[in-house]
Ligand binder design. Structure first.
Ligand code: AMP
Length: 311
């Protein structure tokens, strides 16, 4: 990686979860998961991270220790009486779309984010998937952010639509998968739908299309189209979108550059992190991942799309 290291942190709020997941490759019960966890670990390969969330008393201590071992500041994670957020999902056939079997918000229902003083001046903020009202409460406590990214999902688009529109007004980069883009806008054509979303606030809209890659929209037309890394086996797609966004935000914070050229590279680093994450369940692949692995796959991405004019 040849970029300048700014040492700026990324502030990340979102679900910290215990996930029960079943895929054709196997299953896990109450394994470490959550949008804020996947995105924080992905971002931490590039930049320090400050995480904000809540867990219950049942949350294994070793999970917090793991996060802290990855230059993730966990002072923003409250431990509350009750059970940790629990998500149960399955993937059958279409590995791009999880079937949600249960969403138990538990301690997130009464959560009031209270940011440690030094978190409030974070220049890079990622509102990972969680109740848009909580995303707003975090934004209200932050002063002078240079880039705010945001993710959400069908659950919140349906149940907290108006609050989500308020969040969108204050976001620079919106990450959504293709189904969410269509659900949010009611428009099938992704280019038109992305343009509609840009009119709601975000300057950049990134549409994640699972195994078909990602599109970054800037000015009403596609400004960057990235392939996804071809894998011969996807063990567990959970957290792919969060890893993508975390890798993207972490890379931007590392370079301190919000230009189209650096955002293009951030998309490829995001795709790289997502492609590694899906090779195992929970955070298992990230636990073994090295910067060298990331750089090697980034170079493979470059080779994959290179072509020459016929001479
Ligand atoms: P992804 O596969 O990247 O879309 O995100 C998967 C993660 O989202 C899982 O680890 C879940 O714990 C988390 N998740 C599922 N449903 C919700 C929800 N309604 N709000 C916040 N996080 C959720």
């Amino acid at each position: 990686m040849s970029s300048v290291n700014t040492n700026d942190s990324v502030l990340i709020v979102g679900s910290v979860a215990l996930d029960s997941v079943e895929t054709p490759s196997g299953k896990v019960e109450r394994a470490l998961g959550g949008a804020a966890v996947y995105s924080s670990v992905a971002a931490s390969f590039f930049s320090p991270v400050r995480i904000v969330g809540v867990v219950g008393e049942d949350f294994p201590k070793e999970h917090l220790e793991f996060l802290a071992s990855r230059r993730i500041d966990t002072r923003g994670v409250q431990i509350a009486p009750g059970s940790t957020f629990h998500w149960k999902g399955t993937y059958e056939g279409d590995m791009n779309q999880a079937q949600t079997l249960a969403t138990e918000l538990n301690v997130f229902q009464d959560f009031k984010p209270e940011l440690p003083q030094d978190y409030r001046s974070s220049k890079y903020v990622f509102l990972a998937n969680i109740d848009p009202q909580l995303q707003l409460q975090v934004l209200d406590q932050v002063d002078g952010a240079e880039l705010v990214g945001c993710d959400t999902m069908n659950f919140w688009i349906e149940s907290k639509h108006d609050e989500l529109l308020e969040v969108l007004k204050r976001v620079d980069v919106m990450f959504l998968n293709d189904a969410e883009v269509r659900q949010l806008t009611g428009t099938v054509n992704l280019t038109r739908a992305a343009d509609q979303i840009r009119k709601l606030g975000p300057k950049y809209v990134i549409v994640k299309k699972g195994e078909h890659g990602a599109l970054m929209y800037c000015d009403g037309s596609t400004c960057f189209s990235a392939a996804s890394y071809p894998l011969d086996e996807v063990a567990d797609p959970t957290g792919a979108g969060d890893s993508f966004a975390g890798g993207f935000m972490g890379y931007v914070a590392r370079t301190g550059e919000v230009t189209e050229s650096s955002l293009r590279k951030a998309v490829i680093y995001g795709s790289t992190l997502a492609s590694y994450n899906v090779q195992d369940f929970s955070l298992e692949r990230f636990k073994k991942l090295t910067i060298k692995d990331i750089d090697e796959r980034y170079e493979e991405f470059k080779r994959m799309v290179f072509f020459e004019e016929m001479g």
